[in-house]
Design a protein around this ligand. Structure first.
Ligand code: FE
Ligand code: ZN
Ligand code: FE
Length: 197
């Protein structure tokens, strides 16, 4: 039991460091993304992450331990790969896709970590700590789902605008030409420009 407690403590120190790394990394990702939905999701997850750090401090407190950071090499690696991608010369929608990919790697890493510490706390019979960790686990899963939604919707709108640009195609539907061009004109153009940043 002592060694499980030690393992839990080590894992908590690791994820506590990982969350701090993420608080530093997220603003760069917001800065580099173009899709307003993606920016909003990342900003929101930054707020959630700051709260997760406080929740971990609560966890350390409940265990009678001091909150300590143990350098998380896993998160450092994921963040460093992400930063490399931000350096690349990609068009806006490809950059957004790359940022979503990096962000989802982060979330999956965190989901693995929080799943582990939640289960360790359960095994040790500490339900208070297990519940706190499960709250964070749920938030990470939610962030991951949101990123998937954004990826799917932007892929769809990308595909839609490509379809729009292709000429001379016939719709199988009975829709008239006028209703088709109306659809085209009312499609909102999304701010993908780099202006104003
Ligand atoms: Fe987190
Ligand atoms: Zn780690
Ligand atoms: Fe997260």
């Amino acid at each position: 039991m002592e060694s499980l407690k030690k393992l839990l403590q080590d894992e908590l120190e690791d994820i506590y460091d990982a969350e701090h790394q993420l608080v530093k990394a997220l603003p760069r990702m917001v800065e580099a993304s173009s899709s307003p939905e993606l920016q909003q999701a990342l900003r929101q997850h930054l707020t959630v992450t700051q709260n997760q750090i406080k929740r971990l401090e609560q966890v350390f407190g409940a265990l009678g331990e001091k909150a300590k950071r143990k350098p998380c090499k896993g998160m450092a690696g994921i963040v460093s790969e992400g930063n490399e991608m931000l350096e690349e010369d990609l068009d806006d929608s490809t950059m957004d896709a790359a940022i979503i990919s990096a962000a989802q790697k982060v979330e999956h890493y965190e989901i693995a970590s929080y799943g582990t510490v939640r289960t360790l706390a359960q095994t040790l019979g500490n339900n208070e700590v297990a519940e706190l960790l499960e709250e964070t686990l749920d938030e990470e899963k939610e962030a991951d789902r949101r990123l998937t939604q954004i990826a799917e919707s932007s892929i769809n709108s990308e595909a839609a605008s490509e379809e729009e640009e292709s000429n001379g195609r016939n719709r199988a539907s009975q829709g008239s030409k006028s209703s088709r061009s109306k659809t085209r004109n009312t499609r909102p153009s999304r701010g993908r420009s780099k202006a104003g940043r």
